[in-house]
Design a protein around this ligand. Structure first.
Ligand SMILES: *Cc1c(COP(=O)(O)O)cnc(C)c1O
Length: 357
């Protein structure tokens, strides 16, 4: 820390992203990226846009928002694009939380929520997940402030079905409810369909997971036009050209190919279910994850050990040093051959352990 760093941020602990090794051949199952590269058409669209990089990108993302509006049956006025959904989450903390309106979210959820609360210097409260890791939707601490729910939740993968979410939105109609749907395409029906009836709902999605564009940094959010206008006020005060030309073109090309998109989502879900079954056969406890990752623990080996020993075998998974989930690892769903390699490695780890007993 330099002596110039403002005292405001001396105690800020930044978000810890999963390891992103640049120069080695780890099998990366640690940051929930898609194992499938973007289609040739998406790559070509980005290349073509690169020819115009001397010009600023469209600050309104007009064509992309139109494509999103068509895909999701919304009005462009209900939509805003971001440099990853993380940027939109940050803007939501800035816009809709404050001294008298704390941020509220589960104690076990996406790590960025507490970082953004600290970064934007708004008070926050956490609501403990129930023992089965589900969100306690009737907890009294949810009765005040702006609520952030990852659905499906990370890193548990559990999701709140639309009916429960609808009832929740009705019970909390005077509060803004932000639903972070980073993994919804692997789960089921999106809350986007609830926007018409619920003016207190802000839905955030990303192209990073299900649309194979993590490196492109593209997210979008949907809400009542007044909510979008507030977010735009802040975005235009920070970075009006927040989505670059290549990413914008890639996003539009991705939306124009729903067949590849849904095939990839289906493949991931199939591999996820097969892998869940195989893990259970190895003695793992696995949550009912609806996302593109599994959350698993083993009675004989700690989460940290599993993480370390997999890493020694060239496989990266995610482990969280948090009390209630320290026995778990989070495994991103890759291709079937990648999951076979993971399962082989886990089997070896468990066998070696037995022999050494
Ligand atoms: C991955 C993830 C995001 C962020 O995605 P971006 O790459 O910034 O679009 C947001 N929320 C959750 C729960 C995530 O897992």
């Amino acid at each position: 820390m330099s002596r110039f760093f403002t005292s405001r941020y001396r105690h800020l602990t930044p978000y810890q992203p999963g390891e992103q090794p640049c120069f080695n051949s780890f099998l990366k199952l640690n940051t929930n990226e898609s194992p499938f590269p973007p289609t040739p058409q998406v790559q070509e669209a980005a290349r073509e846009a690169a020819g115009k990089l001397h010009l600023y990108s469209d600050p309104e993302c007009t064509a992309l928002r139109q494509a999103l509006a068509t895909t999701y049956r919304l009005s462009p006025r209900q939509l805003l694009c971001g440099n990853g959904s993380d940027e939109l989450l940050y803007l939501a903390f800035l816009a809709f939380c404050g001294e008298t309106c704390p941020a509220v979210f589960p104690d076990i959820t996406y790590g960025f929520y507490s970082v953004f609360a600290e970064m934007t210097r708004v008070p926050f409260r956490t609501v403990p997940l129930l023992p089965d890791f589900s969100v306690d939707l009737f907890h009294e601490d949810l009765d005040q402030g702006t609520i952030f729910l990852a659905n499906p939740n990370a890193p548990t993968g559990l999701w709140i079905p639309p009916e429960q979410l609808r009832a929740f939105l009705e019970r909390h109609s005077r509060q803004l409810v932000v639903v972070d749907e980073a993994y919804i395409d692997f789960a089921g029906e999106s809350a986007l369909g609830l926007l018409e009836q619920h003016a207190n709902l802000l839905v955030i999605q990303t192209f990073s997971k299900s649309r194979s564009l993590a490196g492109g940094r593209l997210g979008f959010c949907a809400a009542h036009p007044d909510i979008i206008a507030d977010l735009n006020t802040l975005r235009n005060s920070l970075n009006p050209y927040n989505v670059n030309r290549m990413t914008m073109a890639a996003g539009i090309a991705s939306l124009s190919d729903p067949v590849s998109f849904s095939r990839n989502c289906q493949r991931i879900c199939q591999i996820r279910e097969a892998c869940r079954h195989a893990l259970e056969k190895l003695g793992f406890t696995v949550t009912a994850s609806k996302a593109n990752f599994l959350f698993a623990s083993h009675p004989a080996v700690s989460g940290k050990k599993l993480y370390q020993q997999l890493k020694a075998q060239g496989i990266l998974v995610r482990h969280f040093d948090q009390p209630r989930i320290s026995s778990y690892i989070r495994i991103t769903i890759g291709t079937q051959p990648q999951m076979d390699r993971l399962l082989d490695a886990l089997e070896t780890i468990l066998l070696t352990r037995k022999e050494s007993l």
